[in-house]
Design a protein around this ligand. Sequence first.
Ligand SMILES: Nc1ncnc2c1ncn2[C@@H]1O[C@H](COP(=O)(O)OP(=O)(O)OP(=O)(O)O)[C@@H](O)[C@H]1O
Length: 315
Amino acid sequence: MPEAAVTIEDLTFRYGSHTALRSISLHIPAGCCFGLLGPNGSGKTTLMRLLATLLSPTSGRLQVCGYDPVQAPDAVRRCLGVVFQQPALDGDLTVEENLRLHGAFYGLRGPALTRRIDELLERFGLQKRRRELLRRLSGGQQRRVDLMRGLLHRPQLLLLDEPTTGLDPLARHTFWQTLRQLRQTDHLTLIVATHLLEEAELCDQVALLDEGRLVATGAPDLLARELGEEVLWLETSEPETIAAFIQTHFGLEARVIGASVRVAASDAHALLPRLYEALGSRLRSATVRRPTLEDVFLIHTGHHLHPAAHATLSS
Ligand SMILES: Nc1ncnc2c1ncn2[C@@H]1O[C@H](COP(=O)(O)OP(=O)(O)OP(=O)(O)O)[C@@H](O)[C@H]1O
């Protein structure tokens, strides 16, 4: 097994009586871009806060960069950078002032800090903005400054919790390009919490979380391919009846998941006309597609990653 940046064994965390994480075990290899994908409230931020030493496990074990965050929080903090949902920056300070302030938190000062700031500003193409108030920068540029802040002390591991929240698609794309470059040039391990499928699919490996449980983990394309080359989904107002009909008349496995029926068929395209012939108007829609992480999530949990969006689409 490759060297681990993070090892999590049987980790449980409770806020009072509410269990936010249940028996999670994960191995995150060094140098990997690892995505934590899950809907709101699935426990992503809680896991990030545990890794960042901001919370202590209720039970179970954690190792970050080879250290136990409870026993050696300072060593863990030195090895990691954090970029959380709310930028940790002050809009009324200049870009450089923000970076100097945060550099000081890490014990950086004098010419070494100046050199590091120069280097990062150049790398992120923000040299000309260094004396500008942060609030005058675009949302995407402010996120890049926040990323620079997280990188000032040259961490081995960067935790990013929904780092593209509030960014438009172009700024999000640019931010992800930056992350990928960073990983190559700095050999960083990245752990990115997201509720966006398209961001999780950019990661080398993902963990799917739902209601504090680890639902599945692995490389996104491998997880999806385990479901076969294609998946067939039927939308209908009578999923139970339709699933039973398909099992009886076509001899195929048909599973009700939420308000949909998933049919396991090796040649779904050829099956479609036959299904329409047999079921006609009882089907609201039938979709054949290459499986995605959304399908993986749906099959493991019985519900969509973003139920509200699906309710709106299908109503
Ligand atoms: N300080 C807290 N006290 C009590 N319960 C909390 C606290 N913080 C989070 N929770 C609960 O723990 C669960 C996990 O929350 P968490 O913020 O880790 O989820 P998340 O996946 O990061 O969600 P989001 O995408 O909305 O940030 C939720 O049910 C949440 O309501």
